[in-house]
Ligand binder design. Structure first.
Ligand SMILES: NC(=O)c1ccc[n+]([C@@H]2O[C@H](COP(=O)([O-])OP(=O)(O)OC[C@H]3O[C@@H](n4cnc5c(N)ncnc54)[C@H](OP(=O)(O)O)[C@@H]3O)[C@@H](O)[C@H]2O)c1
Length: 329
């Protein structure tokens, strides 16, 4: 039987999420890739255990993660029942609804019907009574924001989610949604958006807005799906994401960034870090940023990435050198 590492809270850092009562680990593990039906359960289980043993107690899902959609929640549910049931009160498990999940007019976007039906389905797949964070996965410009936020608040009032979250909301919609949730007495806990050295849009408004409004920020794809690691320094490995026939990361994306990536890698080596560790540390140093939400295909990557917590602080010269390598906005 799995026994979690006794030292699991010693190396991880936890940061208060916005103005809320909870602190979240600086690294969370996302199950978007590598937790589908095609992925060996054994490896998935080893990754979840490895993460938790290192103090990563936050696991992020969505209704549509797979493939096929739903499979990642089913996989996590199985691992949870086998290994994590005794630790439920130590865990933050999040899920989301908003992207296409089932046929017909209610299988996506932000209606009350869609969100609440999807949450029921997620809980069944996960085998849980509640999730810790339930997100609106994307802003729906055709549904009144009052309805979408009302559905999140209802999920919290019903006890099926402990906190409400937003993901991928543009700045103006984000600010309004935060106000609406506040009026509904279910304050927005966190905003989940893409943010990395190669995707810096949140620096314009979202990071500052979140900080001002007391909402946490969790950065997804902080390694740009693997581009900001040693993965592609010498070509495209056959078992990597860019080699898979999926639209999310293509060989073209590797070709377009590899020169910059190699220069960043040289800088990371001079700091005594791997590129992944430097990229995560660079992202995490932003005020207002609660956590980075990493993915992984093997436990060793998780171990390496948690090592970002013990690296040296950036000097002004290093930050300037990084800035000179990164694409201009
Ligand atoms: N809210 C949203 O709309 C949204 C959208 C996207 C993602 N997310 C969330 O963010 C999570 C993370 O996304 P992501 O998987 O794209 O994040 P990521 O951390 O940017 O990329 C993860 C990938 O990078 C590679 N990698 C990680 N650590 C490595 C290391 N130390 N050395 C070499 N390669 C390494 C692995 O690729 P290989 O598989 O090639 O080994 C891994 O699958 C998702 O699971 C999901 O929870 C949310």
């Amino acid at each position: 039987m799995y026994q979690a590492e006794e030292t699991r809270y010693e190396r991880m850092e936890y940061r208060r999420c916005g103005n809320s009562g909870i602190r979240l680990p600086r690294l969370a593990l996302g199950l978007w890739h590598n937790f589908g039906e095609v992925n060996p359960q054994d490896n998935c289980r080893r990754m979840v255990r490895q993460a938790f043993d290192l103090g990563i107690n936050h696991f992020d899902l969505a209704n549509n993660y797979g493939p096929p959609p739903g499979a990642a929640e089913t996989m996590f549910g199985r691992i949870f029942r086998a290994d994590l049931t005794p630790y439920r009160d130590e865990l933050i498990i999040s899920s989301k609804a908003g992207y296409l999940m089932w046929p017909g007019p209610y299988g996506e976007w932000g209606s009350r019907k869609s969100l609440l039906a999807s949450l029921e389905q997620s809980l069944r797949r996960l085998g849980l009574d509640y999730v810790d964070i339930f997100y609106s996965h994307r802003y729906d410009p055709e549904t009144p924001l009052e309805e979408t936020m009302g559905a999140l608040a209802q999920a919290v009032r019903q006890g099926k989610a402990l906190y409400a979250g937003l993901s991928n909301y543009p700045p103006a919609a984000f600010r309004r949604a935060v106000m609406l949730l506040r009026e509904l007495n279910t304050p927005c806990l966190i905003h989940q958006c893409r943010y990395s050295m190669l995707a810096r849009e949140p620096e314009r408004e979202l990071l500052g807005d979140g900080e001002r409004l007391g909402v946490g920020f969790i950065a997804f794809c902080p390694l740009a799906q693997g581009l900001l690691t040693s993965r592609y320094l010498n070509g495209i490995p056959a078992d990597s994401r860019a080699a898979r026939p999926i639209p999310f990361l293509q060989p073209d994306n590797v070709a377009a960034t590899i020169d910059r990536v190699r220069r960043l890698n040289a800088l990371a080596e001079r700091r005594g870090q791997t590129l992944a560790q430097m990229a995560l540390a660079w992202t995490m140093r932003r005020p207002g940023l609660t956590s980075v939400l990493i993915g992984a295909s093997r436990p060793e990557q998780i171990v390496e990435n948690v090592g970002c917590l013990t690296g040296p602080n950036f000097t002004a010269a290093e930050l300037a050198a990084i800035e000179a390598i990164l694409p201009s906005e």
